[in-house]
Every structure is written in C-alpha cells, then in structure tokens.
Design a protein around this ligand. Sequence first.
Ligand code: NDP
Ligand code: 2IT
Length: 450
Amino acid sequence: MSFKSSYLQGVYDSVCKRDPDQPEFLQAVHEVLESLEPVVEKRPDLVAAGVIDRIVEPERMIAFRVSWVDDAGKVQVNRGYRIQFNSAIGPYKGGLRLHPSVNLSVIKFLGFEQVFKNSLTSLPMGGAKGGSDFDPKGKSDMEIMRFCQSFMTELAKHIGPDTDVPAGDIGVGAREIGYLFGQYKRLHNEYTGILTGKGLTYGGSLVRTQATGYGLLYFTEEMMRCMKNDSVKGKTIVVSGSGNVAIYAVEKAMELGGKVVAMSDSNGYVYDPNGINLDVVKEIKEVKRGRIKEYVEQVPGATYTEGCRGIWSIPCDIALPCATQNEINGEEAALLVKNGVKVVAEGANMPSTPEAIAVYQQNKILYGPAKAANAGGVATSGLEMSQNSMRYAWTFEEVDAKLKNIMVNIFHNAYNASKEYGDEGNLVMGANVAGFLKVAEAMKAQGVAY
Ligand code: NDP
Ligand code: 2IT
C-alpha cells in the first residue's frame, strides 16, 4: 500500500481499475493524492462530500475524428480530444497540444494538473486540456490551416467564452490559434474571446507570449529569495526545450543576470559556454521553424550533441526543464545533484518523474513544481479573458506587473500551505493542497449531483 490513508488508497485503486492503461494520468493522480494525506486528516467534511472521489474523474471527455486533406490531395485522419476536467471555480480553461505522442492518458494528466494550477492563479478558471496526435512538423502552412479548421469544426460545438476557453501548448502557437479563431468566428458569427494566446491585432493580450517563461523566472526568483536568501543573478542555468516556454524563460533569466549555457529540442542539445545568444535561437525557432543544431553553424565556440536527454549532464546551479513530461528521471536528477544543482523549477508540465522528485527532496534542492512554477501562462490567459470581456487592453507594463504579482503570491500560498499542513518548504505538497482546497470548497458548496 503506498498511501497511509486507506481512504486515499481506495480512491487511487479505483482510478487504477478504471484506467489501468493510462500511466501519465495515474502518475499525476498519485502525486496529488499523496499530498492530500494531511488534508484527509484535517478536513473530514471534504471526505464526507466525496470531493476527492469526484475530483479524479473528468466532468466530460470528448474524442472526435479530425479529417483533413494534405497538399498532395490525400485524405488524412487524426484523433482530437477535449477533456473538460473540472468547472467548479470557473469555465473550463487549458491548452491544446498537437504532437504525435498525444493520447487520452496524456490529455487527462494535463487536464487534471490544470485544475490545480488554475486554482493557484487565484483567477476564476476551471481545468481542461485538449489536442490531437497530429504532427505539425514538416507540414505546410496550408496543411496546418486545414487541420486547424477541421479540428475547430467539431471543437466549436463544445466550447464558448463562458463554457470552455482553449489556448496553446506544445505545437500550438500564434499561427494555430489564428486559424482556430478564424474558424470559430466563421461558424458562430460571433466575435468573442473564445481562445487565448490570440494575435495582438484581434484580441490578444500583451505578455501572453512571454508569460509562461517570464512567470517561471518570477517564481524562481521569489523561491530563491525567500528560502535561501539568494537570486538568479550570476547563476549558471540549463534550460531544456527551445519552444515558447524555453525561449522566454531564457530571456528573463538573462535579464535577471543569469547565464544560460544550454538549450535543446527533441533531437539534441547545444552547449554554449559563453552564454546562449537568444537572438540566434529566436531566428532559428520562431522565424525559420528550424532545428536547434543550426545554432552551432552561427555561433563559434558552441557544440551540438545528438540526443536531448544528455542536457542534464551539463553542470549548472539552476535547471529549468521546459520541454515535456518525464524528461528528467531519477538517474538524471542524481547527475544534476552530483554536478551541483541547487534549484529545479519546472516550465514544462510534469517534467520530473516521481523518482527524480524524490532525489530533489532527499538532497534538499529548491524545487518549484510545474503546477505552481509554470502557472504564469494560464494566469495571463485569464488576464486576456478579462480584457476581452471589458473590450479593453492593458499595457505591457500593466500585464507584466499583474503576472509578477500572481507568481509571487503563488509561491507564498504554496509555501504557507506546506507549513500549515506539516511539511514546511515542501512545495509539491503545498501547491497541491493550496490548489485543491479552493476547488474542493467550491465542489462541496455546489452539491453532489453536479
Ligand atoms: P513548443 O511546442 O513551443 O515547444 C516544445 C519544445 O519542447 C520544443 O523545443 C520541442 O522540441 C520540445 N519537445 C516537445 N516534445 C518533446 C519530447 N517528447 N522530447 C523532447 N523534447 C520535446 O511548446 P511549449 O514551449 O509551449 O511547451 C513546452 C512545455 O511547457 C510543455 O510541457 C507544455 O505543456 C508546458 N507549458 C506550456 C505553456 C504555454 O503557455 N505554452 C504553459 C504552461 C506549461 P521539438 O521541436 O524537437 O519537438
Ligand atoms: O499548461 C498550460 O498551462 C498551458 N498550456 C496554458 C493554458 C492556457 O489556457 O493558457
């Protein structure tokens, strides 16, 4: 039995029985349930209301065929998903992921974590996630457009500005959001904030592009300041990935005086002992949609190594995983520790395996878990929704200040919850408990037949 509480063990066993073939979902549920041990003792009222039994099951799961025609005139078929996990504290909210690895388990783990993350932002958003096993790599703009239009033709039936508001995630950026928004508007003849991450000319918010990466660094800086009286300044930093989250994490890390020496994509990583030249990375990734190995053709002194996981062998003070789930395992975490890492903060969702998290905790590494540390993206999506409702746009400085304030508050709420629930400084437990309590109170108040 892995839980002290037989009640939590029973909840976990029933999830395993229902979905034995969903390893990522079970991993995410296991972590949250472990954190809820002290809550079960302190809050029998929430147990009696069946909140924990209910919170592990999505309110609604939608799966659908997405057929589209490629440039050669051939019909292609993918599977689309939208998992509307929990709407206790607001309309469903969460990104869309386009990647060949997408399946029900991946979307359910992401939707489940989104419930707690969105709660932590303090904004009124429920949790959801969607996506498809469509692979955007190597597709033409017209193929991306036809896929997005077909995907939205079905998705549009299930979403709405007060019902469910999707956004980007892996493989979904400004281009895809534009095509999705255009199709929704065509179908509904309605100009509403149906998606976030929109372009600035049609309802997008300033800072949304930068928000997850910037937010990650605001969180990291506050965590280091409060828990170690230290800062990002002067630190050597490794950032995995080179997509939206990674690029703006690097930008803010450098602004704060850190030196980022490595970035990656799914093929391999570049090491630049002089500090990454972010303009070169932006040109390769944001403009040309190229591969990270092209970096070494332009920057003397940098090296490229095939295979992305080797990035964790580079000595650093701060590791910021910003690519994908389970990208750091127990051995890789041990290697980071051996090489002197002091801080790990997660831009990606669930990038550390349970074994890796145990290594951080045993070695007293400052560890900012994803739900808290990467909540800046969805928080700024929440701010985009507010601006759309007001038919108004805040300045960059206004949105950035709100984002920073939200990230600082998330750190303190998670820290305070860890203290109140008996394991001060354990931000995994603190974030899970703080995120859970708000949703749980709302579910209890709204009754069971829900
Ligand atoms: P992007 O598509 O912009 O970039 C993804 C990056 O991660 C790419 O460099 C990609 O490499 C790499 N990557 C993706 N899958 C894998 C894999 N299986 N193995 C190794 N590398 C991989 O996505 P984002 O930057 O938006 O997302 C990155 C992470 O951040 C995800 O975990 C996402 O869920 C999370 N996140 C995103 C938010 C957002 O607002 N966008 C908000 C909060 C979290 P390649 O190009 O080779 O595929
Ligand atoms: O994982 C995430 O929080 C996101 N991909 C952002 C979701 C959003 O609705 O902005």
